[in-house]
Write a protein that binds this ligand. Structure first.
Ligand SMILES: *[C@@H]1O[C@H](CO)[C@@H](O)[C@H](O)[C@H]1NC(C)=O
Ligand SMILES: *[C@@H]1O[C@H](CO)[C@@H](O)[C@H](O)[C@H]1NC(C)=O
Ligand SMILES: *[C@@H]1O[C@H](CO)[C@@H](O)[C@H](O)[C@H]1NC(C)=O
Ligand SMILES: *[C@@H]1O[C@H](CO)[C@@H](O)[C@H](O)[C@H]1NC(C)=O
Ligand SMILES: *[C@@H]1O[C@H](CO)[C@@H](O)[C@H](O)[C@H]1NC(C)=O
Length: 371
């Protein structure tokens, strides 16, 4: 496809796009980011259109998000054909969940949402409304599982068993609905959905007294199904991240400062936490107990991606030093000679993994986007 033409078209449709393409300051960071993406793409299997087809499908959704974010940050068009190829294959009905019926409808609401958010980025990059339309379908699919019968609302995570109102599904749904609003001129429908979702999330009890977000809610109280309490389960870094993205989108939609104030409280709780940021370096708790899987390794990049989004939205960019320090620490400690990265950014390379690599790429892109 002729990418210059697509860019020309998208610039006309989206005058804001040109201004958002930051000119990177240091070619060293560009080189490091490119090298990390080349290493990431050694996992890519062109036949299946997935990064490491042996591991969970959603990792390919966040790997896609990473290469799209790279292009948005730098203005490069290098991976657009790969992105389209990935989307065209993955939108077929899933062989392991044919009930979804295609277009990324999966057996868990979060899996659908990762892809839908990547499609919105693809829409921003190309102006091709097919991607917007698929993201709308996905929002409608996820909303079918917003069930008010228990916990007064919220999205169910596990679709086949209609079980578990958790943080990640509900944060992603917030970010998706609010992003849809911001991409559709004159929209009120997705604004209503995103505000309803935030009102629910804010009073759900998932944000704890330290302004950190636990994994999800307990099963409803048998005597009163509207009552669901915080399950006090793991504080994963990605659950502190995606919510920031949703709040930034809501602020953009409404101009209401309260959304940014809440995002700052959550972000500060992470960067000042002795467990999540010991010595100022983002750390997944599972790595302290040597129990991370590709899941756990992928979370830090998701946090950094959304922290960068919040940082950009705030005057004075208060998280730039945190992001830069993390990148420099990761680059000098956790990289091997072929630009694969380990999972513990303050320690030497501890073996490669798709989740570790996507996290590293996301942190490098976050750094690249700093003004
Ligand atoms: C990947 O597959 C597509 C479609 O089958 C093909 O056009 C493309 O050249 C392939 N890319 C690589 C790098 O092999
Ligand atoms: C828009 O994207 C879809 C899905 O990838 C593709 O089939 C179609 O050819 C694209 N349209 C244009 C005008 O590029
Ligand atoms: C969303 O729309 C419904 C139905 O019109 C309305 O009752 C509700 O108050 C709206 N919610 C918000 C947050 O605007
Ligand atoms: C969240 O809920 C609290 C308690 O009701 C309220 O004071 C606060 O304004 C809400 N925050 C946002 C950002 O809506
Ligand atoms: C870095 O790690 C990758 C993945 O395990 C490996 O293929 C590569 O050989 C390593 N590079 C060096 C220089 O050790």
């Amino acid at each position: 496809m002729k990418l210059t033409r697509l860019f020309g078209a998208s610039c006309l449709l989206f005058p804001g796009l040109v201004a958002s393409l930051a000119i990177p300051k240091t070619s060293a960071v560009i080189d490091a980011t490119k090298a990390s993406i080349n290493a990431l793409n050694t996992y890519y299997d062109n036949t299946t259109g997935r990064w490491n087809p042996k591991v969970n499908w959603w990792y390919s959704g966040i790997a896609l998000q990473a290469i799209l974010d790279y292009m948005q940050t730098t203005g490069s068009e290098e991976y657009l054909a790969q992105a389209q190829h990935t989307i065209d294959i993955q939108r077929a009905p899933l062989d392991w969940y044919p009930q979804g019926g295609g277009d990324f409808r999966a057996d868990s609401t979060d899996d659908t949402a990762w892809w839908a958010l990547a499609l919105l980025r693809m829409y921003e990059l190309t102006g091709n409304s097919t991607y917007l339309d698929i993201a709308k379908e996905d929002e409608a699919y996820i909303f079918k599982y917003w069930l008010p019968e228990t916990c007064k609302g919220g999205v169910i995570w596990n679709i086949p068993e209609l079980k578990y109102k958790n943080a990640i599904s509900n944060e992603l749904y917030l970010e998706l609905a609010a992003s849809l609003h911001n991409l559709i001129p004159g929209d009120t429908f997705y604004l209503n959905r995103s505000m309803t979702q935030w009102a629910w999330f804010n009073s759900s009890g998932m944000i704890n007294s330290q302004w950190l977000i636990n994994d999800g809610l307990l099963e409803p109280d048998p005597s009163d199904s509207s009552v669901c309490r915080n399950n006090n389960a793991e504080v994963w870094t990605y659950n502190q991240g995606v919510v920031l993205g949703g709040l930034v989108e809501l602020h953009k939609a409404t101009g209401d400062q309260k959304y940014l104030d809440t995002a700052i409280k959550i972000a500060d709780a992470v960067v000042n936490s002795a467990t999540l940021s010991p010595g100022g370096i983002l750390t997944e708790t599972c790595s302290e107990t040597d129990s991370c899987t590709t899941n756990g390794w992928s979370f830090k990049g998701i946090f950094m991606n959304r922290l960068a989004k919040l940082n950009k939205a705030l005057s004075g960019n208060p998280y730039s030093d945190y992001i830069r320090t993390n990148e420099q620490t990761m680059y000098s400690n956790a990289r091997n000679g072929s630009d694969f990265y380990g999972g513990i950014w303050q320690k030497p390379f501890d073996g490669a993994d798709l989740g570790k690599q996507v996290s590293a790429v996301s942190l490098l892109i976050a750094t690249l986007g700093l003004s």
